[in-house]
Ligand binder design. Structure first.
Ligand code: ATP
Length: 342
């Protein structure tokens, strides 16, 4: 997705910072002098490049006489390792990892327009200015999240793609369950929730004609851990895999498992549309039976009880005027009022 990650006090890490952080990936102390010697730069340059590390969500120990150490070094993404975890499914994907980019969705949409193939994946270690829905911001730090986009091409036109963000949610749930993570719910239309709050967000952006063919970029931001300062920036309750499982999966394996499930779900969606995934989505519907308020893009509000979703992914809301349907992508759902049942 568009992981809109950056906050005003954070700086975008440059290539030298990434090189140094990778040299510190063993979690051991490295002296500034040695690092400087390895890279043919001054100790001051090393110091400068590592100055903002805290702002990237990393802890860096600086100890006089010993040097620098990352006690919890990030697990760096590696296209080769992701492909190994994908096994036979790797033929469906073309994976690229970038250290930083403003927004993986924006970049992949540009590449889609230039003819990038279906299955192109762009994963970004650090997003400096992605987008959530309606211009909202997504926060993530180095190594503590997955932020990536996948391009998928459909023979069908845009008109037949409603429900796609819900379908992507089903793929994420399948992947996390396969890795032993329980207690996940889906929030219409595009979020995954853990017990403490929002665990992942999905942003679907499309190109093409109403009648086809079409190209869709699916952006996903998933929290692996949430350092305190980041949690405070988010502005709503948030969850991470670290508070849901004792064994947070390796990032490369996690991405591979998500891609595999996305491949399966998108094929199902291509053949049968969201209707084939509807029951599965509803089985994870976190707000089913809740009194909710829908915030309409124009600023209006509709209150009602969230029921199921339709075959095209619209939310069924029981209102004082009767059952009404709201289309994905047009409306935000926020809990409001009392829970009727769960
Ligand atoms: P909402 O969840 O408020 O209905 P949305 O689903 O329409 O929003 P998204 O684009 O999915 O919006 O996500 C953006 C929102 O998610 C931000 O406004 C912020 O509150 C929240 N957020 C940002 N970063 C994170 C994160 N790492 N984890 C959880 N939530 C986040």
């Amino acid at each position: 997705m568009n992981h809109p990650a950056r906050t005003p006090q954070q700086h975008v890490p440059g290539p030298l910072t990434f090189t140094l952080l990778r040299l510190l990936a063993d979690g051991e102390f490295h002296s500034g002098e040695r690092l400087a010697g390895q890279l043919g730069i001054s100790r001051a340059s090393v110091n400068n490049a590592l100055r903002e590390t805290d702002g990237y969500g990393l802890i860096l120990h600086r100890v006089r006489g010993r040097g620098y150490r990352l006690p919890n070094p990030p697990q760096w993404l590696d296209a080769g390792r992701i492909s190994e975890h994908l096994g036979a499914a790797q033929k469906h994907f073309r994976i690229e990892i970038l250290d930083s980019a403003p927004s993986s969705n924006t970049l992949l949409l540009q590449r889609a327009a230039l003819g990038a193939p279906s299955g192109s994946v762009l994963a970004v270690e650090w997003q400096s200015g992605g987008r959530g829905r309606m211009g909202r911001v997504w926060c993530s730090g180095l190594g503590n999240a997955l932020t990536f986009s996948v391009l998928w091409r459909f023979e069908r036109g845009l008109a037949a793609l409603s429900g796609l963000s819900l379908a992507a949610g089903v793929a994420l749930v399948r992947a996390l369950r396969a890795l032993g993570v329980e207690g996940i719910h889906l929030k219409w239309p595009n979020d995954l929730l853990g017990k403490r709050g929002k665990l992942a967000g999905i942003l679907v952006e499309a190109q093409g004609d109403m009648l086809g063919p079409s190209a869709v970029v699916i952006g996903i931001g998933l929290n692996l851990s949430l350092p305190g300062p980041m949690l405070r920036q988010i502005g709503q309750p948030a969850a991470s895999l670290a508070d849901m499982t004792d064994a947070v999966p390796d990032r490369n394996r996690l991405l591979a498992v998500i891609l595999r499930e996305l491949h399966a779900v998108l094929n199902e969606f291509s053949r049968h549309g969201f209707a084939a995934l509807r029951a599965e989505w509803e089985s994870c519907h976190g707000a089913r039976g809740w009194r909710v308020q829908l915030l309409l893009p124009g600023g209006g509000k509709v209150a009602g009880i969230a029921r199921g979703v339709t075959a095209d992914g619209s939310l069924e809301l029981e209102t004082a005027q009767g059952m009404r349907e709201f289309h994905a992508g047009e409306i935000s759902l926020r809990s409001g009022g009392e829970q009727e049942c769960c």
